[in-house]
Each structure stands twice: as C-alpha cells, then as structure tokens.
Design a protein around this ligand. Structure first.
Ligand code: C2O
Ligand code: CU
Ligand code: CU
Length: 527
C-alpha cells in the first residue's frame, strides 16, 4: 500500500523522519525556516530608519451619495511618487497613488466603484474580505482592458473564452451586507497579480457598523490603518521585481530563483519606508494589513511594556472578536489583518517604541517607530465583551456537511515548476468544489512550505492545526473570523467555512502572490 504525503503529514511521520517531502527542502530557498521566498537586494541608497513621518492614505470622496449607495470613481494610472527620500518611483496606483485612497463604508449601505483603467495592461480589481456578488468580485479573467487594447496581444488562458471583459472601465457593485471589518482592494489580474500589486495597486476599504461605533475603543485620529509591505528599489528609485517580461504584456512569471516568492529589503508602512509616528500616552487602534507579496512578519514591540501584553487584539480579517485577545507577538502572513490596540500609557513620555519584525534580519527586523511625545487624557476603554454578532456559537463543526481536502504544494506544469492545489494548476474552467449556499463545510489544508490560503466571498474559523512538532491547537492569533489562514510548512490545518452570501463561482488561492501567479488557485461554486 502506498501512503500518501497527506497520510504522512497526519501521522506526523514527515517531521519525525525528516524525509519524503518531494520538494520540501528545495522549495524553501528562504533565509530561515519562517519565510518562504528569496530576498531581492535594492541597488538604491536606502534611508536610515525612522526619519520620515508616517502618512495616511487619503479617504476617497464619493462622487455621488444617495440613500442606498455611495458612488466612487477611481482611475488606475501611472504616476511618480517620492518613496525613498530624493528619488522618484513610478507607481501604478488607484488614482495614481500608493496605497490607493481608503474607501470608508457603512455595513449594509451599498458602494459602487467605477474603476477606470489608464494603465498599459489589463487589470481586475478584487475587494479582499468582501461578501460580493460574483460579477463584481474581480475574477482573474474578468478584466478591464485598457482603452484601445487589442485582446489578441494578450497572453491566452485556457478557459478565458467567454469570460466577460470590459474596455476602459467597469462598475463594481458592493452590497456590503457584512459586519464592520478592515478590507482591502487590490489587483487580481490572471498571472500578473504579483507584479501589479507590487507596483502599487492596493488600498484599504473599511466597513463600520453600529455595534462597533458604540464601543468605547479608540476612534477618529486614534484609529489608524497600517499597510505593511516590502519592496526593493533600483538605483534610480524604481521598483525592482524579477518579472520574465517587465512590460507585463507577454510571458507571465518571475525568474526561477524567485518562484518561492519575492522578498524586498525595504519595509514600507502606508508607502513610507520605516516611518515614525508621534503619539500621546494613550491607547491607539491600529488596523494592520500585511500587503506584501510573500513576506511574513512577526510583530513585536521594543521595548515591551512593563506590565500587560504589548498588543490587545480586538479584530481579525472578518471584524471584531467576541472578546479581546492579548498577544506578545503576532505572526502575520500576506493578506491577513490584525486589528490591535496598543496602550502607550504604559510608557513614559519621551519613550521611542519600535514595531519590530522578529522574522526579519538586519534592516527588515524594523517596521516603524512610535514616539510617545505628549500626555493626554484617555477616554477609551477596551470592554471585556466586544461583539455579540461574532456568532461562533451558531457555527459548530458537528453541523458541517462534509470535509474536503486540499494539498498546497509545488508541482509541475508543462515541464515547468508551478504551484498547485491537489497537484493541479489553476484552470478557470474547472470547479473543484460545489458547496451549497447556507451550508458549512470543513476544509482541510496540507502544505509543503508556507502558504497563506485565502477564500473569496466567505469567512471561516480555524479549528485546528496539526504538525508533529507543534501539537494540534489553533494559535491564539487564529481567533475570530478569518478569510486567510497562515499555513506553515508541513502542517495540516482544518477550517470551518460558512458558505454564505451569493451563488456563483469564486476562487480560493495561495496569497503568496508569486505562488498565485504560478497557478496555486482553484474555483469553488456556491450552488
Ligand atoms: Cu486578496 Cu484573491 O485575493
Ligand atoms: Cu479575496
Ligand atoms: Cu503558496
């Protein structure tokens, strides 16, 4: 009898014997066990850390507001931006800026975004974390072609025929029938998501609701979105990325050494390299998003406060937790969001507190710095109970209709290395699961290296993680509703998914964007 790799993982034999992973060792061309990817070194002179103040992306202004809907118009275009002091970087940005403008929305009030494409390539825009009808979900082949673009010049995909494409612009309709949460929007073009997000196509989309507004947690200027990502820069300030075809019009993919993921050596927060932010000695809420292509971080504070946990988590990908969770460190994989409160009253005025990355080395071990510069009265409180709509009580593994298994590993496609799910690469025409609307299922994921696995449309709860070395409990940082789970090497993780919202077909995929572009993606259809 042949024992599958999956059985090996479940029995804990792989870690025990240290064998039998087809590509296990070689797929991990990483600086350490905690990262999957390869470092690309900048040629530009890099600034010292903590010299540039943090900036916040502007809040987008609706072009029209009526009783049911807020209307926006965003133009995707190229523009110069000073990211490294004294140098210009050509970014591809929503309204020409990186990060794009933040969309502020209310739960249950619709948002319609007209996305116009003035870039030289096709785009598709996805609202990550959104419960969105399929026509507006930013399917990888549901493209907005540039005005005057001939579809024949474009790389042909199997199954692409028949996909609707739009020319010049597309209206995305978001009902936003969902809880308050920190979402983000980003490019999702088939085969080219990695380089297009890297060039700047990402922004925040924040949903608020009455339940959250009523809480006494930090608000207004003390509710701060932080988009963390890594980039590398060429001498002249341009972004470096190892595309096979840097015009992004021909062959997709990256140079072979980078197939595990592209890691930059500059850490940006809201597009600013290693910024500093002045704060008062009060509580602040930070909506932390890892918008990196491949880099994982482990967030920590230095110095740590004398008493109490550095981070009080109040929300996850899918909004508020039922009760706050206290963490000393927070691992964060690409696309995950952590909504945390940091209490600067635990520090003396004058203290400089660094947000560290414990998985980095040298300059990538710093993210940003908070300078506690003044005293202020704090009106905020973190209540023991945050949310009653989190509703895990109504979601119980015994109600799951079935369990499906998905193995995320390196594979081959037409003689080339690729990334697959159950050894198959993405084919827009193939549907691998047909869950029923309103049902719950258990999805079980196994891995070779790190794969942050993301499902569109739905949210899930992490039930267990199992590996030889680490036991089977979920991590404390797995709490709450998730849409992305940070799978670690040789892990078996089980998640409980509720298929709610809309019928139609959606993708799930690895959110290491190099893996995604190298086809680690599949369709499920809510039937
Ligand atoms: Cu954030 Cu399908 O992606
Ligand atoms: Cu998504
Ligand atoms: Cu992956």
């Amino acid at each position: 009898m042949e024992i599958s790799r999956r059985e090996f993982l479940k029995l804990g034999l792989v870690a025990g014997a240290g064998i039998a992973l087809p590509f296990g060792a070689s797929a991990c061309s990483s600086p350490g066990q905690d990262l999957t990817g390869r470092l690309l070194r900048s040629k530009a002179r890099l600034p010292e850390p903590f010299e540039v103040p943090l900036s916040l992306p502007p809040v987008a202004k609706p072009v029209l507001i009526d009783t049911t809907t807020d209307y926006y118009e965003i133009v995707q275009k190229e523009a110069g931006q000073e990211i490294l002091p004294g140098l210009k970087t050509e970014v591809w940005g929503y309204n020409g800026i990186f990060p794009g403008p933040t969309i502020e929305a209310k739960s249950g009030k619709g948002v319609i975004v007209r996305q116009a494409n003035e870039l030289p390539v096709p785009v598709s825009t996805h609202l990550h974390g959104g419960r969105t009808p399929p026509e507006s979900d930013g399917y990888p082949t549901d493209l907005i072609l540039p005005e005057g673009h001939s579809p024949h010049a474009q790389h042909a995909h199997p199954g692409e025929a028949g996909e609707p494409s739009n020319r010049g612009s597309k209206d995305y309709v978001y009902p936003l029938e969902q809880r308050a949460a920190t979402l983000w929007y980003h490019d999702h073009r088939m085969d080219f998501t990695g380089p297009q997000v890297y060039k700047g196509l990402a922004g925040f989309h924040i949903i608020r609701d009455k339940e959250e507004d009523a809480l006494p947690i930090p608000k207004g200027e003390k509710d701060v979105p932080l988009m963390i990502c890594d980039r590398s820069f060429d001498e002249d300030g341009s972004f470096m990325y190892p595309s096979l075809d840097p015009t992004l019009r021909g062959e997709p993919g990256v140079e072979n050494e980078y197939m595990s993921g592209v890691l930059g050596d500059v850490i940006l927060v809201n597009g600013v390299p290693w910024p500093f932010m002045e704060v008062s000695n009060t509580r602040y809420r930070f909506r932390i998003l890892n918008a990196s292509n491949a880099r994982r971080y482990e967030l920590a504070l230095d110095p740590e406060p004398q008493d109490g946990a550095p981070f009080v988590q109040v929300g996850s990908d899918g909004g508020l937790l039922g009760a706050p969770a206290h963490h000393r460190r927070i691992p964060i994989a690409p696309a995950e969001r952590f909504d945390v409160v940091i209490d600067f009253s635990r520090y003396a005025v004058g203290t400089k507190v660094t947000l560290k990355n414990r998985l980095g080395d040298g300059r990538t071990s710093d993210i940003m710095r908070f300078d506690v510069v003044r005293k202020e009265k704090d009106e905020s409180v973190i209540p023991e109970r945050l949310s009653d709509t989190v509703d895990f009580e109504g979601l119980d593994a015994s109600g799951a209709r079935l369990t499906r298994e998905f193995d995320f590993t390196r594979t081959e496609h037409q003689g080339r290395v690729a990334w697959g799910i159950n050894d198959e690469v993405f084919d827009p025409a193939r549907i691998v699961a047909r869950p029923e609307l309103g049902s719950t299922e258990i999805w079980e994921f196994t891995t070779d290296v790190h794969h942050p696995v993301h499902l569109h449309l739905v949210h899930f709860k992490v039930l267990s993680r199992q590996s030889f070395a680490r036991g089977s409990k979920p991590l404390p940082t797995d709490a709450g509703w998730k849409d992305t789970v940070d799978l670690r090497p040789r892990e078996v993780a089980r998640v409980l998914v509720r298929f709610d919202g809309y019928r139609g077909s959606y993708v799930f995929h690895c959110h290491n964007l190099e893996h995604e572009d190298m086809m680690m993606m599949a369709n499920f259809e809510v039937a």
